[in-house]
Ligand binder design. Structure first.
Ligand SMILES: [Mn+2]
Length: 240
């Protein structure tokens, strides 16, 4: 089984270098691998599946095309938790719960494990509640857009005062979930601290952290039993 995992692309504009690199990755990898997993924060902000902006339409079309050749799976990030069934129907992607067990691998966006950030977890719970989301969806697209920008600014201001440790995953929380699910490897994003981290000892596990796409792109590639984290030049897929 060949799979590719990505997260934290934070796509914003369809004409950006990062968007073009992602579209290129979808074209090239969908022809080579069986499954592509997007573990959250694919876009900078998703205000609802009824968004008809140029960027939303370009994203739909890129995913739609790729899902003809490979299976595409999607987890919610903290920026795009409003991806819904309409988006999945239009793109052919399948929405997965977070966390999700894939054999001996656990997949997560990662913010779930940032349990030291109590304020963040409270907000997360509110934003993921059905009541809050249905209230939000009653509003017009421009209203949702404006609200999204406000929330983004508030979150940046709040994070500016938090320590790096508070915003990272809590390894005890990860260990507990890994034991509960019987998995040996966790792949996640969100923290923007890419790396392949072994944890030794009684509750040993491997943690592959995907990076956010900025100057380079990040992916984790699975080929049978081999799993490797790759950082690549955005130009790698641009010609694809
Ligand atoms: Mn995130």
């Amino acid at each position: 089984m060949k799979r590719v995992f990505v997260s934290d692309l934070h796509l914003d504009q369809a004409d950006s270098e990062i968007f073009q690199a992602f579209a290129g990755l979808l074209r090239a990898e969908s022809a080579q691998v069986d499954e592509i997993y997007i573990l959250g924060d694919l876009v900078e902000m998703w205000i609802g599946d009824d968004d008809t902006s140029a960027t939303a339409l370009a994203l739909l079309s890129a995913l739609q095309q790729a899902s003809k050749s490979a299976d595409i799976f999607l987890q919610h990030g903290n920026r795009d938790f409003l991806f819904g069934q309409a988006f999945c129907q239009q793109t052919g992607a399948t929405l997965l719960p977070d966390p999700f067990v894939l054999g001996d691998i656990l997949l997560s966006h990662g913010d779930l494990f940032c349990t030291d950030d109590v304020a963040y977890q409270e907000v997360r719970q509110l934003l993921r509640s059905a009541d809050w989301q249905s209230d939000l969806m009653q509003r017009s697209l421009p209203e949702r857009q404006q609200l999204g920008r406000q929330m983004r600014a508030q979150s940046m201001a709040a994070n500016a005062n938090k320590s790096d440790q508070i915003m990272d995953v809590n390894l005890s929380a990860v260990a507990a979930t890994m034991a509960e699910q019987g998995t040996s490897t966790l792949i996640h994003g969100h923290t923007h601290r890419p790396g392949d981290y072994p944890r030794r000892g009684a509750s040993a596990f491997r943690r592959v952290v995907l990076g956010d796409w900025q100057d380079c792109g990040w992916l984790c590639r699975q080929d049978g039993t081999s799993l490797s984290l790759e950082c690549f030049n955005l130009a790698r897929y641009q010609a694809s």
